[in-house]
Design a protein around this ligand. Structure first.
Ligand SMILES: [Zn+2]
Length: 423
């Protein structure tokens, strides 16, 4: 392999018209950074004048060089540039000059095309745009621009919707109207269908009306949290769909109430404050996995205790806590064993001692009871979306707070392999 081929291959420059001679390399300080500079010459005989189109002949003559400095991907961790001397020609037919073109860089652009490809591929990784920019020695806005230009803007197909959907929302970029954005996915595959900037009812209504009637009528179930605007939305947009309240959100409704009750009592009971604080998790622990056999020494009790002893100690301190604790676990039991009639009986025999927090949760549950039955019939949950939401959190962290929803949405879809590279 000749020296020339070696350099072309090492730098991954896909243009055989670029030639390197013995002085192909130097070290230069660019923007106060020690950088690797490669010196190449672009020279070939063009077929015709770029300006008038006259076929190459003796009246089209070499006319010096135009040099441009092009950013190329880093070499061994160093910023790297290609200083490319491009042959110019003078055409006597039309009295004008032109400079030879190369496919390694677009016209009037100083970032090589393989740098751009590398940036676009990095967008799939868990890397912040800032890091992608740094790795490629380009600005943050260049990264945004390259990602926009390489990926097809994702548009859902408005003539199709999956049979089973999950709805959820997430805290969005600051600029997003309403601050909460809406995400929905196929409940069977977990594939995101789309992300909408604003979860408010009128926005979602307009959004879903873009889908064909047949597509909307095909939707059989929708899993939601207890956000009531979704219910009226689903009823009007997806007339054939059953609404399922996500089980996780039902349990969360009650675990929060139990937690608030514990904190209220903890703050009144100075003597047991530390115990309430330390063992909060035990109160939420599924009753079937509580340990009844192993004694462990607990410093706050100054003696060996089983988990069940600690729980009993805490709930016996306060009848309100005890009643609240018991109701919480009764409801969890009903959900776990999909026993809807037991849930109804439990709710109609609520111990009046339960905390006000718990009473509010019971009221909320009763408000949605018609849809909660569906949670016992169907196995769909928003678990799939929770996973996606965790990914969104990661993206937000790596994104250092996207300012534009457009770019944020794009990046989510790219990492989910939904936005495809333009051909
Ligand atoms: Zn010409």
């Amino acid at each position: 392999m000749s020296l020339n081929d070696c350099i072309i291959n090492l730098l991954n420059l896909k243009d055989e018209n670029i030639k390197f001679d013995d002085n192909f390399y130097s070290e230069e300080t660019i923007d106060h950074v020690e950088s690797k500079m490669f010196h190449g010459i672009l020279s070939y005989t063009p077929d015709a004048c770029y300006n008038c189109g006259h076929v190459m002949d003796n009246n089209i003559i070499k006319h010096g060089f135009k040099t441009s400095t092009i950013k190329i991907p880093k070499v061994s961790g160093f910023n790297a540039y290609l200083k490319l001397k491009k042959q110019r020609y003078y055409c006597k037919h039309c009295n004008s000059t032109f400079t030879l073109k190369t496919n390694i860089v677009n016209k009037n652009c100083y970032i090589s095309n393989n740098t751009k490809v590398s940036i676009a591929l990095s967008a799939k990784d868990k890397l912040s745009e800032k890091d992608i920019a740094k790795n490629h020695n380009v600005s943050h806005s260049t990264v945004n621009r390259v990602i926009d230009s390489f990926y097809q803007h994702y548009k859902p197909k408005f003539n199709y919707l999956p049979k089973h959907l999950c709805f959820d929302e997430f805290k969005s970029v600051k600029s997003a109207d309403g601050a909460m954005s809406f995400i929905f996915c196929d409940a069977d595959t977990g594939q995101i269908v789309d992300i909408v900037e604003d979860r408010r009812l009128h926005v979602l209504n307009n959004y879903f009306m873009k889908y064909s009637k047949a597509a909307r009528n095909a939707v059989r179930t929708v899993v939601i949290d207890m956000y009531s605007p979704y219910i009226s939305l689903i009823k009007s947009i997806f007339p054939k769909a059953k609404i399922i309240i996500d089980k996780f959100h039902i349990i969360q409704l009650f675990s929060r109430a139990l937690n608030k009750t514990r904190i209220k009592i903890m703050n009144k009971d100075k003597k047991n404050y530390n115990k309430f604080k330390k063992y909060w998790k035990l109160l939420l622990k599924d009753t079937s996995s509580i340990n009844y056999t192993t004694y462990n020494y607990h410093r706050s009790f100054k003696k060996p205790m089983r988990e069940i002893d600690i729980i009993n100690y805490l709930i016996d301190l306060d009848p309100e806590l005890k009643a609240t604790y018991e109701l919480y676990h009764d409801i969890r039991y009903c959900i776990k064993h999909k026993d809807f009639s037991l849930l109804n009986r439990t709710l109609s025999n609520v111990n009046n001692l339960i905390s006000d927090y718990m009473k509010t949760s019971v009221k909320t549950l009763q408000k949605y009871i018609g849809y909660i039955e569906n949670s016992f019939i169907y196995d769909y949950t928003n678990g799939i979306l929770e996973g996606i939401n965790n990914k969104i959190k990661v993206i937000k962290r790596i994104a250092f707070g996207y300012r534009s929803f457009y770019h944020f949405r794009n990046r989510i879809l790219i990492t989910q392999n939904l936005a495809t590279l333009k051909a």
